[in-house]
Write a new protein. Sequence first.
Length: 422
Amino acid sequence: MNGHRPRKTTTGTCCAARGSSPRCLRSALRLPGDLPLNTKEATVPRNSRRTREQSIGYDGLHATHRAEGFSLRRIKASLAFVAALAALLAAGFWLVAHTRSGQDWLLSRTAQTLFANTPIVSFDGLRVFVCGSASPLVAPGHAQACIGVLAGDDLYVVDAGMGSAGTFQFAGESLAPLRAILLTHFHSDHITGIPDMNLNSWVFGRPQPLVVMGPVGVERIVDGFNAVLAFDYGYRVAHHGAELLPPELAPLQAETLVVGVVLERDDLTITAFSVDHSPVQPAFGYRFDYRGRSVVVSGDTVVTDGLRGAARNADLLLHDALSLPIVQALQAGATNAGRARQAKIMADIPSYHAHAAQLGALAESAGVRQLALYHFVPVPRNYLLRQVFRRDLPSEAVLALDGMVFELPAGSAAIRIHEPSA
Ligand SMILES: [Zn+2]
Ligand SMILES: [Zn+2]
């Protein structure tokens, strides 16, 4: 056994330098995860024929090898367990994905989970749901402009861009309590989701016709959709029956608004205010006040004093946002590639959207408690773009995502932000 040498460790040099002191050797022989060395070594008398070094060399090393053997066995056993578990999981996945009974089992479980999602139909306060964070420059997973505001039992939606009704569906949010869509203006990215919003809320059990409110001109929008959807209304009733889908709840109803208080119901007050989205006129933003809590949705606009006043001391401001550095980079890229049409579009749009870099100062000067950006131009789809959007923004500002929820409980100053579920 004297021929055994300690395993080379970083303390080997230390041992050589210190003449192989017991403490040093103990340290050198002890490996991470090893059992403690045999403590007999500490009881060997100085005048014993076996020197302390010999003692350690015999008993200590023997114990060390036993410990190493034990550790290796443990490692092998762990690896075998992991391999067996991986094989079991792989076999389970294969069975579920490639056999009819496995597929049916998973379908059944998924369907039960889907309908087990309890739709939130009431909240004591204001509950804001981001149903669309994109602009005409769309991106996967981002519907066009849409903000849902639930006040008590009533749901209002500010704008209904393409895909926005689907955001409610994907999140398991019921559209049954939808009472009205409030349009900020009539750009296509704010209205093309109206038919799906109407159909889905009808199917979910909306108890009254869906009202579409907006600036003058909203009658034409509503008349147009009703004309386009007349066949669809009839098909749905014929197929599912008038009891499930009462035909009188199918047609949209228009309500023209002017600036000022546009709705007072129970504890809720909705106020429309003018914004600057020239040449689009008129264009509105909306403020919701409910039991001491407040939310302002800007619609599409540049920063204006009127908006600053409307957002005064609001709990939450959701604001249209364009990133000038990104749009300018896109413009330069399009120009260099000879894509004159795209370059012209990029050159035009900064003049009628608020620039993200301006919004921190706006929120601060208005006394807004929480700033959130939406209607992104363009949608920041990756880390780099999000970092560019965040330039000059206060760190607490939020880049809204589809499915994100802001809760403002009544009788409280709390602002709870929930990330969208995956
Ligand atoms: Zn827009
Ligand atoms: Zn617009």
